[in-house]
Design a protein around this ligand. Sequence first.
Ligand code: NDP
Length: 420
Amino acid sequence: MKSEKSFQRYKTTKMEFGGTPGVTALIFMLPIIVYTINLACGKESCSITRLPKFPSFSYFFDMEATCIFFGWLAFQVVLSLLPVGQVIPGQLLNSGKRLMYRCNAFHALLISSAAFGLAVYCDVPLTIVYDKFYQILTAALVYSVFLSIALYFKSTLTADYNLAPGGNTGSIIYDFFVGHELNPRIGSLDLKIFFELRPGLIGWIMLNFVFVLKAYQDTGTLPPALAMVTAFQTLYIADILYFESHFLTTMDIMHDGFGYMLAFGDLVWVPFLYCLQTRYLLEHPRDLTWYAMCGIALLNFVGYYIFRSSNSEKNEFRKNPHDPKFDNYETIPTASGKKLLVSGWWGMVRKPNYLGDLCMALAWSLPCGLNAIPYFYPVYFLIFLVHRERRDSIECYKKYGSSWDRYCQRVKYKIFPYIY
Ligand code: NDP
């Protein structure tokens, strides 16, 4: 095992996202994008050709909305500390240590959904969340900024070997953005995985539930397109949370620190932008023919099948490469002892899981018809995953050198067979 001393000299030499100037621009631009897109797609009109009207500054601040946000956060903290779910070891870290994780995010989703149902039954005015959408968004944004500043200060007090491989450049702004400390914790609460999986992802589903409830209260019916997209997105999140242990091997956990990028992404970007399609379908209800709905559902389930089976294939292989089910799989050995799969999904394209994810992203927007704004998610997600594939490929090259080159020669296409 590597000694802790040998990690103290560890420094990140290569910056991503355009380095310090790039991340400085992103820190300000990302919140502007969230507000602009949401305001551009309102009840009266949803159009990219008309500039959105920005209400007065004070409109975005509201005490009740702030209390709703912090109440939600506190509820999720309590659920994460419940002594249910397996405790499992994470991956071996740069420090030579493994952290232990209690996997109960799926339980948190079930309890949150049950609490939502109970609140509806008890006539709690849940649609206030829709009415105060922008004010809750603002509370989440302000909190994510303070959280990132606190995380940066905390990271300056930790040992060097706890710093993130990707966020230890010495540039305060860059490290603040990408995340300086890899896995900051308060007691047993792992802040990064908590914020990655709970308040934002479960919050996204709760926003969708609120939109469905609002539609039902306004019209007395459940609009089929809205219900369908809510069901698809709930399945997606339920799957991610059910397979929480798989998340421990992702780039987010192994490579990226916990800073502004993830804090803002988890609390603001994901819940308040990814619900764009469902909010659109609430405010602009559409009738879909049964065959259009069947076609969209087929695309979603094909995407889900590719996403789930490719992620499971790799995770099972990483967990136990000697499992007899991999006997007939072709692999490429690497100097680290790990092997790369060249059969199955990972022999078709280098990122079959991204392909599945993108099919689902498209299926969630198609029910919105031809309006461009609800397609923000698949378009942004495509750019995000192409960039993520490049980042991961660089990391894999660092890990596996010529074996990675051989893999790339064997598996020519990155995400889309015969296209890219
Ligand atoms: P991957 O799950 O693709 O993991 C990448 C790692 O897999 C590599 O670093 C390497 O790690 C291993 N690997 C790559 N190729 C092979 C191979 N041929 N054989 C064996 N192992 C291989 O990346 P992500 O963490 O980016 O994605 C996980 C899932 O999360 C995806 O489905 C993605 O679409 C989804 N996602 C969704 C987001 C959202 O906002 N909805 C955001 C980000 C991701 P090693 O060799 O060290 O095991």
